[in-house]
Design a protein around this ligand. Structure first.
Ligand SMILES: NC(=O)c1ccc[n+]([C@@H]2O[C@H](COP(=O)([O-])OP(=O)(O)OC[C@H]3O[C@@H](n4cnc5c(N)ncnc54)[C@H](O)[C@@H]3O)[C@@H](O)[C@H]2O)c1
Length: 531
């Protein structure tokens, strides 16, 4: 959500509601009339008296144009600002127009005794108010939302706006990750990117924020992030990195350190990771090590990073000899997820995220798996409500797993469902043919087939998993390589311990068990890969 523009006749509560609304949303409040007075250097009453209404309206349009170019604002406009269609076009382009209404009687009671209202000064009668309201009705009606304010408290009106503006776009959910003193909240919504400043303020962060992003994501979202931070009183600097997994290395990590040092960020500062999993992992690792640790906030913008990498505190970079070989467990202070950022995500990346979401249902939550089956089309259409539910549920499931095994000593290994063969596929194809989520999708199909062969998953459940992956357009068949190559790739998997490969199997849908597999060839034969 960009801005909220409040329109309405005088006395409808635009100023008082606007202030409360801005505080609730973590937005900046701006009164158009005050901005006009500032610009003119005289009161509105004086402008009307000395220059007349047309001159005032001209000034009003000019100031409005400048004001609404910003982001994350609640702007209350003067009662007549909507009369110009050019003004209304400006307002609409800049955000959501909310028109506050009130009855003639309510307005008369609210404005009585106010000598600063030039248009009612000579004739403050009910009749005059009614005539003006009728004349302006068409302009006021040109709004995204109309709210009657009679007999309602300011807070109630603000609540109503928050609930209904842009079809629930400011709806937020919170998932708690309970890790003692390292606990944090995942705030989840559609259109809530602009609340980042408020989230940071509530965490009692201070000082400057270094926003770590890349050349793809920063042009899309950094302006909003900067505005949100600045409105909450934080200075922000952007550290823009090259885009791509190939840059998740020590050279790029050093670019982050260079940026932090150049901006003279001290221990009172913090990092905001704005991007997908690559940015989140690198920025988190930089936060873990810069000055021996400064706070960081995850603002994940890919579906995969929203449901997986931003939660749980695994941070790190790749080494030429292997992925994620260097890193640290370092929890963020908060995760802020705005599912509207997914609107710009390429389809292939989006589908990869859906693959990770299926993983949670397949081995940890049967009801969630059914939800995904029932809502596949809505999810594919990136329906916000469906996404908020799916992302929130995934985060909650991951949070429960991380809470019981923060440093991956045991149960957290369940999150590797589908990843064992997925990693082998990535290795054998040189990380070029499949995206990570696609390789994991192939791995999940094989894991279900292996589970069926082990007798822990029925044919029907196996087919449901495969069918859902197919519906999300994800690949399912292992690429053709000799069994020996697969065995070699599997035995390099970091989960291979002395006792054999720890393989995550389905226990039907929604549950799992871990199987030690020593005979890799037998496992591969189940997948149709023979010697
Ligand atoms: N830390 C963990 O627990 C964990 C878990 C899973 C994966 N990971 C890591 O995450 C990385 C993969 O993450 P990813 O899939 O998010 O990849 P990514 O970060 O490379 O993002 C994919 C692409 O989408 C672009 N992008 C991001 N947000 C966008 C948006 N809103 N609109 C348009 N484009 C956007 C990126 O710039 C990039 O080009 C891997 O490095 C993997 O190792 C970490």
């Amino acid at each position: 959500m960009k801005n909220i523009i409040l329109t309405g006749f005088m006395g409808c509560g635009k100023t008082s509601v606007g202030r409360v609304l801005a505080t609730r949303l973590g937005f900046r409040y701006l009164d158009l009339d005050e901005a006009i007075v500032q610009e003119a250097g005289v009161t509105i009453k004086e402008i009307f008296a000395n220059q007349g209404e047309p001159a005032f309206r001209e000034l009003e349009s000019r100031v409005l144009g400048r004001v609404v170019a910003g982001n994350g604002l609640v702007v209350s406009t003067g009662g007549g600002a909507v009369l110009s269609s050019a003004n209304r076009t400006l307002m609409r382009a800049s955000g959501t127009i909310v028109n506050l209404t009130a009855s003639v009687e309510t307005i008369a009671a609210r404005v009585s005794g106010d000598s600063e209202r030039p248009l009612l000064q000579n004739d403050p009668s009910l009749e005059r108010i009614r005539t003006m309201l009728e004349a302006r009705e068409g302009c006021y009606a040109d709004a995204d939302l109309r709210i009657a304010t009679d007999a309602k408290s300011i807070e109630a009106v603000a609540d109503e706006i928050i609930r209904s503006v842009t079809g629930g776009n400011v709806r937020t959910d919170t998932v708690r990750v309970a890790l003692g003193e390292r606990s944090y909240d995942i705030s989840l919504g559609a259109g809530n990117l602009d609340t980042l400043g408020r989230v940071c303020r509530e965490l009692e962060l201070s000082g400057s924020a270094a926003v770590v992003s890349n050349t793809t994501v920063a042009p899309l979202y950094y302006d909003r992030v900067r505005a949100a931070l600045e409105q909450a009183g934080f200075r922000s600097v952007l550290i823009e990195l090259p885009d791509g997994e190939q840059h998740k290395n020590s050279t790029t990590l050093n670019l982050i350190f260079d940026g932090l040092v150049d901006a003279a960020l001290d221990r009172g500062s913090f990092i905001v990771a704005l991007g997908g999993g690559v940015i989140g992992d690198m920025a988190g690792y930089a936060a873990a090590s810069y000055l021996r640790g400064i706070p960081f906030i995850q603002v994940p913008t890919t579906l995969l990073s929203q449901v997986d990498s931003s939660v749980g505190g695994k941070t790190g970079i790749n080494h030429p000899k292997g992925k994620n070989l260097i890193g640290a467990f370092y929890q963020p202070r908060a995760v802020l997820i705005d599912v509207t950022t997914l609107d710009s995500l390429p389809q292939r990346e989006f589908l990869c995220g859906l693959g990770e979401i299926i993983k949670y249902g397949a081995v940890l939550d049967a009801d969630f798996f059914s939800f995904l089956e029932d809502n596949a089309e809505r999810l594919l259409a990136r329906d916000k409500e469906a996404l908020i539910h799916a992302v929130g549920r995934s985060c909650a499931i991951k949070a429960r797993v991380v809470e019981s095994d923060e440093r991956e000593g045991g149960v957290r290994a369940v999150l590797n469902y589908g990843h064992t063969l997925g990693h082998a596929v990535e290795t054998l194809t040189g990380y070029s043919q499949f995206l990570h989520g696609e390789a994991v999708a192939i791995g999940m199909v094989q894991a279900a087939r292996i589970s069926k062969a082990f007798g822990t998953c029925s044919q029907a459940d196996c087919e449901r998993i495969e069918a859902l992956l197919a519906r999300f357009g994800l690949p399912r068949e292992l690429p053709c390589f000799p069994a020996a190559a697969y065995a070699e790739a599997l035995s390099h998997d970091k989960k291979v311990r002395d006792k054999g490969l720890l393989f995550i199997c389905n226990q039907g849908i929604g549950a799992y068990h871990m199987e030690r597999v020593k005979d890799l060839n037998a496992l591969l034969e189940i997948c149709g890969i023979g010697e």
